[in-house]
Each structure stands twice: as structure tokens, then as C-alpha cells.
Design a binder for this molecule. Structure first.
Ligand code: PAD
Ligand code: ZN
Length: 368
């Protein structure tokens, strides 16, 4: 089969035709991957921000059709259409049974670049090929754990379903699950890419009446307005912290989301939040990024709370149907996130477009 492969850290993506795929093992399913979004986290594997073993099939925002089921699979059947979840959620471990399936204990295996038993089902040129997030949606087919796929209705377009798998669950979930936004709140969103735009539309659904979008690119600020931002701040023109404060009654935002993953913008997010407000960290920083905070002022006298947001604090079995419902009612704009449909050979261009700020999302349509 054909797959876009990251051969080594910092190397360009290459399309390989010789990828062999093993049959699904117990608890696994074979997916015919139909569509995959290109997310910044894929690029972050290439540049070492998210360290994973190589060579690896990237892609963790996908949708497809179940083609074959392994022994003991009960949740899924051949022919089911699915959204792929970049965190497997077993429903049985300590964190799953404590309302935190987005950090399911089984997901720790993902760091090895394989499936739950830490081995991969892919080879290329006779050598093992890793799979990102137990998925690898830049491949035409994938073997994934049963607990990494959520059945959806057959009438949902695959490119829409793919985006749910990461950007929408993460961004909308950050606003609806991780944060506690109250009707009438002022919200700031720093970073308006594929994930940040979803934070913006989630904040609008949560009832925020002032949504301040911050980005380096005017093109992104325009998209932000389409997704519900009421005010915009161009990050490289003056100090974004005072610009947000001025728009937020001089006191700062009730809730600020950082959706980039850089030390300086994480500090900006903390400083643009009003005393007593919430800071939600969504962007994935490099492993060596440290934040130096004044303990007395940040937490104590100013009573700010800082929350990490992994996968929008989502329960995929609850939230995938919920988000699709919101989309069907016209409250979530998913088609508008798709700036470009591409083939699997065009991932390098999609990474370049993402960095140039010209796309919300590029979506790969696999040919079979
Ligand atoms: P993206 O590249 O589409 O968007 C990032 C945006 O940030 C772009 O619009 C940039 O112009 C903007 N930006 C960059 N630097 C600055 C700056 N200094 N000031 C203001 N704006 C700036 O990425 P994305 O939306 O796909 O992903 C965003 C982050 O979220 C990234 O770190 C990714 O790894 C992370 C992510 N987190 C989770 C999670 O579960 N927490 C899930 C998926 C993605
Ligand atoms: Zn992602």
C-alpha cells in the first residue's frame, strides 16, 4: 500500500508504495483510511517537538471504513464508518473510570510508535515502520486498536469526519469541556490555526460574547472572524497582552487559550487572563520549554488557574456523536475548516502551507 512516511527526524516526508500491512491482531481492526487532516502535531514529529521513533507513518486525524476485525473485537463490525481517535480509550483503566478517558492509561504505549503491545503492523523494505498515535492516517490502510475507532453514521462525509478526530475534538472540547466558560464571558484565543479556530467556535457555543483572536497572520485573523471572533489582535504589531487587556475592559480575559505551544505565548496567555480567570494550555511545546511563574502573584493573590488540555478533555464515545449533532444543526462549521483537499504525495506542501498561514486545514483524500 501507499503511505506518506517520515524517514528520519528533520527529513522531508516521502511517499512509499512498498508498505506491507499485517492482519489485525486480537482487539485490532483494519481500517481503509479515507481521509486525513494535516495537523501541526504531525509537523511537530518531523521537527522533534514531539519525539517519536522513525521511520514512521504520520497522521492522527482520520476517518475510514472497518475492513476486517481481529479476534475478540465487539464494538465494531466490517463496513462501519469510523472517526479515528488519537487517544485509545479503553473505558476500564483508572483514568477512564475517573472521567478522564483522554489520558487513558493504555495510551502510554503510543510513545513507542506502535500499537498497544508497542509493536507495529507495518513494514517497508522489510524493516518495521512505526505508526503515529496507534494510527498512521497518512497510510491508505491502518491496523488500529478497536478502542481507537468510534462508529459514526454512514452519511457523514469522510473529510468532515477526519477533522473531528483531532482538531475539532481538541479545540471545541477545550472550550466546552476543559474550560468553564460562562455566558457573557470574554475569551482570548492565541493561535488561530486548525485547532484555534475550533476553540473559537466552541467558545461561541459556550456563550462567550467577546472572543478575541490573536495570530501573526492577517489571513488567520480573517478566518477567526468567520468562525466567531468578535475582535482580532495582530500578534506582531505591538504588545498582544496590552492589546487584549484593552479589548477586555482593562482587566484581561475571563478565559485565555494558548493554541501554539511556545514559551512566550504561554506567558502571554497567563498575562492576558484577568485575576481569578482561567488559562487553558492546548498547544504542544517542545520537551525543553519551561515556564517561569511568580507563585504568589499568578496563583495566590491573582487566583488564576492554569489547566492543561489534552484532546479537549474529550470522551470520544460521548463527544464524537455530540459534535456531529452540533454540525448537523449548523452550529459547528466543519466544511469551512477544509482549505485544501490533497493527495498523499502532497504532505510536504501541506506542511509549508500550514507554516505560511494560508490554510486552516489541508485534508488528504486517499485513493484506493
Ligand atoms: P497551526 O499551525 O494550524 O496553527 C498555529 C497558529 O499559531 C498559526 O495560525 C500561527 O500563525 C499562529 N502563531 C504562531 N506563532 C504565533 C505567535 N507568536 N503569536 C500568535 N500566533 C502565532 O497548528 P494547529 O492549530 O494544528 O495546532 C496548534 C497547536 O495545538 C500545536 O502545538 C499542536 O501540536 C497542538 C495540538 N494539541 C492537541 C492537544 O491535545 N492539546 C491536539 C492537537 C494539536
Ligand atoms: Zn492533531
Amino acid at each position: 500500500m501507499k503511505a506518506a512516511v517520515l524517514p528520519a527526524f528533520d527529513a522531508p516526508i516521502e511517499t512509499r508504495d512498498d508498505v506491507e500491512i499485517a492482519p489485525p491482531g486480537p482487539g485490532e481492526v483494519r481500517i481503509k483510511v479515507m481521509a486525513s487532516g494535516v495537523c501541526h502535531s504531525d509537523l511537530s514529529v518531523q521537527n522533534g517537538t514531539i519525539p517519536l521513533p522513525t521511520p514512521i507513518v504520520l497522521g492522527h486525524e482520520g476517518s475510514g471504513i472497518v475492513e476486517e476485525i481481529g479476534e475478540g473485537v465487539t464494538r465494531l463490525a466490517v463496513g462501519d464508518h469510523v472517526v479515528l481517535s488519537f487517544v485509545p480509550a479503553c473505558g476500564e483503566c483508572y483514568t477512564c473510570t475517573h472521567g478522564q478517558p483522554y489520558i487513558c492509561e493504555k495510551s502510554a504505549a503510543q510513545a513507542a510508535g506502535g500499537l498497544l503491545d508497542m509493536t507495529t503492523r507495518l513494514t517497508s523494505g522489510g524493516a518495521p515502520l512505526h505508526q503515529m498515535a496507534c494510527l498512521g492516517t497518512y497510510g491508505q490502510y491502518a491496523i488500529v486498536p478497536e478502542i481507537s475507532a468510534v462508529k459514526i453514521d454512514d452519511d457523514v462525509p469522510f473529510e468532515v469526519a477526519a477533522l473531528i478526530g483531532c482538531g475539532v475534538l481538541t479545540g471545541v472540547g477545550a472550550a466546552l469541556n476543559t474550560a468553564e466558560i460562562r455566558p457573557g464571558d470574554t475569551v482570548a484565543v492565541i493561535g488561530c490555526g486548525g485547532v484555534g479556530l475550533n476553540v473559537i467556535q466552541g467558545a461561541k457555543i459556550a456563550g462567550a460574547t467577546k472572543i478575541i483572536a490573536v495570530d501573526m497572520f492577517e489571513s488567520k485573523l480573517e478566518m477567526a472572524r468567520e468562525f466567531g471572533a468578535t475582535d482580532t489582535v495582530k500578534a506582531d504589531e505591538g504588545d498582544p497582552v496590552s492589546a487584549v487587556a484593552a479589548l477586555a475592559g482593562g482587566r484581561g480575559a475571563d478565559v485565555t487559550f494558548e493554541v501554539i505551544g511556545l514559551g512566550p505565548t504561554i506567558e502571554q496567555a497567563i498575562n492576558t487572563t484577568r485575576p481569578g480567570g482561567q488559562v487553558i494550555l492546548v498547544g504542544v511545546p517542545r520537551m525543553d520549554v519551561m515556564v517561569n511563574l511568580n507563585a504568589a502573584f499568578t496563583w495566590l493573590y491573582l487566583a488564576k488557574s492554569i489547566k492543561g488540555c489534552w484532546y479537549g478533555s474529550s470522551d470520544v464515545y460521548r463527544d464524537v456523536p455530540k459534535l456531529l449533532d452540533l454540525w448537523k444543526k449548523g452550529e459547528l462549521n466543519l466544511e469551512g475548516l477544509i482549505s485544501k483537499e490533497i493527495t498523499v504525495d502532497q504532505v510536504n506542501e501541506a506542511f509549508a502551507d500550514m507554516q505560511a498561514g494560508t490554510v486552516a486545514r489541508s485534508v488528504i483524500r486517499h485513493q484506493h
